[in-house]
Design a protein around this ligand. Sequence first.
Ligand code: KG4
Ligand code: ZN
Length: 335
Amino acid sequence: MLVLGIESSCDETGLALYETGHGLRAHALHSQIAMHREYGGVVPELASRDHIRRALPLLETVLAEAGVGRQAIDAIAYTAGPGLAGALLVGASVANGLAFALDRPVVPIHHLEGHLLSPLLADPPPAFPFVALLVSGGHTQLMRVDDVGEYTILGETLDDAAGEAFDKTAKLLGLGYPGGPAVSALAAQGRPGAVTLPRPMRHSGDLDFSFSGLKTAVLTQVRAAERDGRLDDACRADIARGFVDAVVDVLAEKSLSALRANGLGRLVVAGGVGANQQLRERLNALAAKRRFTVHYPDLALCTDNGAMIALAGALRLARWPEQATRDYRYGVSPR
Ligand code: KG4
Ligand code: ZN
C-alpha cells in the first residue's frame, strides 16, 4: 500500500510517500524558517499562506522522486492536529480534495503519534514495547508504547515543553529563531560547570517535568551578567552550556527511571529536541553504561515532516481499515 503523508501543522510543509513492506519511497520538505525569522517566531497567517503555495508543488516532487503518478496513491494521511488552525486546514483540504478526486481513503493523524512512530522508519526498526521520550516544541512526554495505538503517558511537562525552553532561552541570549540549534551550538563553546542551573523536578519521584523555572533561572543569570558588565559572547556561551546541561540531565535521568519502572530496555527518542547533539551524546553514554538501547529517527525526521505522517497512516489503516479514517485520538486504540 502506497500512502501519501501530508504535514502542515506549523512552519514546515512536508509530503512523503511510504510503501508498506518497502519503506519510505520519497520525502520532500519546505521549511518556512527563513520567512518567519524576521518576526522572531511563527506568524500563523503567513504559515497558512505558504502551505497553500508549497503543498501541490511538493506533491509533484515526491511523485517524481518515487517515479509514480497520482493514481498509484492508495491512501492519504494528513496531520489533523494539534497545530495552528489555518495551517492544519491547508493540509486537511489538500488531503480531502485529493482523496475525493482519486476516490481513496483519507486518514487523519495526531501530530504526536507521527513523532512517536517516526523512529520505526529506521532500518531495522525498534521492536515493541519501548519507552518513548517525545521532546518537541509543544510537548515533552515519556510514553510507554506497547504497539501502534497503545500508548500510556508515564509523565509529561507541567508547564513549558523542552523545545519551548530552548526557544525562550535563545531569545534571552539574543539568538535567532528557531532557538534549539542556536542554543545547542553556543553551548558547545561554553565551559562545563561555569554556570550551574537548577535541575527542575529531578527528585520529584515521578516522571513529570517542569522547564519554566529553568527559563527564569537563565533570565536571572543574563540580568546579573548584564548588571556586572560581563555579558559577552563567552559569558553567553557559559549560560547556554549551563542550560543545555540542566535540560539534558533531567531528560536523561527521567528516561532511565521510566525504563526501570517499566522493566524495559529500549528507549526511543522523537521530536525536534531529539535532534540535539548533547542529548544524543548523553543518552548514548548512559545506554552503554546502564545496558539499554536507544533509537532515534534520522536527523531530518526528528523535526516535523510528512514521512512520519505517511507511516502512521499506513500503520493505522492496516490495523483498523474502517476506524482509521474517522478516529485519530492519541493513545486511544480504536479497537
Ligand atoms: O518536533 P518539532 O519540529 O515541532 C513541534 O512539534 O513542536 O520541534 C521543534 C522544536 C523547537 O522548539 C526547536 O527549537 C527544537 O525542536 N529543536 C532543537 C533542535 N532542533 C530543533 N532543540 C535543541 N537542539 C536542537 N538541535
Ligand atoms: Zn512536531
